[in-house]
Ligand binder design. Sequence first.
Ligand SMILES: Nc1nc2c(ncn2[C@@H]2O[C@H](COP(=O)(O)OP(=O)(O)OP(=O)(O)O)[C@@H](O)[C@H]2O)c(=O)[nH]1
Ligand SMILES: [Mg+2]
Ligand SMILES: [Zn+2]
Length: 301
Amino acid sequence: MGKEYRGIIISKEGLGTFGYIPELKERYLAYARGSLIKKKMKKIFVGDYFKGELTEDKKIIIEEILPRKNQLFRPKIANVDKVLLITTIKNPPLNTGMLDKLLVAYDYYQVEPVIVFNKIDLLESEEDKKELKKWETIYTNAGYSVLKVSAKDKKNIEDLIHFLHDNICVFAGASGVGKSSLITTITGIEIKTQEVSKKTKRGRHTTVGARLIPFGENSFIGDTPGFSKVDLSYIMDAGELSGFFREFADYSCKFNDCMHITEPQCGVKEALENGDISKERYNSYLKILEEDFGVNISKIK
Ligand SMILES: Nc1nc2c(ncn2[C@@H]2O[C@H](COP(=O)(O)OP(=O)(O)OP(=O)(O)O)[C@@H](O)[C@H]2O)c(=O)[nH]1
Ligand SMILES: [Mg+2]
Ligand SMILES: [Zn+2]
């Protein structure tokens, strides 16, 4: 038996699975020991921590996958500590519907979300700056960390790096918001890109697959393909949704199963009327109920 190493799976793509050993600061092709190799390899996620041996020809034989703390499915990445939700006010225009859904989804998967407004270099007019300030206040008050950066100007990139230490962090958000650009700004590594797909017509730089980039002493950054649509009904029931609107949790209602729509003595609606919950977030909650869960909310509109 050779020396046992601990490592992390950093990519699973066409040619094979790669493991990274922090102690050696090196990546190696990785294989599972045993007869059911194909089946075993299928179950391994990027982000999985493993124990394994290094062979003479510099390959990792995985002996054991350590228990996962969590797992994301699009793309498949395990043990994610934080997700940086990249968004923009302009180019592409802000899509708070998507942002609010992603905030719900990552809280559900028990991955801490951080909201990052990228491309602030594009916000020149007073109106644009006010818009940014408005959403920053709304999300800060709702209980989230908010950063404002520019991958282009390298503005506030240090603040972003602060969130990456000793963590597996994934960058997520709509297509074109600058996830790959930010990762390049931070790590200096150009993200591999795809040729234009005739079928999806997505840009040449559109990210595919799951991969972690080792960064600093013990940090790993994951790029993800942009979301175009999120449907929360795949992961929860309508009644669960409000439990993932963080600021709603501060208030109590007469009914335990209150949906905060037309019920009497609803703490959430009182907070809304007092201005303690923003109408933007509340309306977003209603919109998700309607769009993803088919709840009829027309009565109160
Ligand atoms: N002005 C400005 N443009 C930026 C900034 N960051 C990224 N961009 C541009 O925005 C476009 C999209 O950037 P990407 O990094 O490919 O976006 P992505 O989120 O990885 O997109 P997908 O991989 O399709 O999900 C590119 O043309 C970038 O040059 C920024 O801070 N300011
Ligand atoms: Mg990308
Ligand atoms: Zn209520």
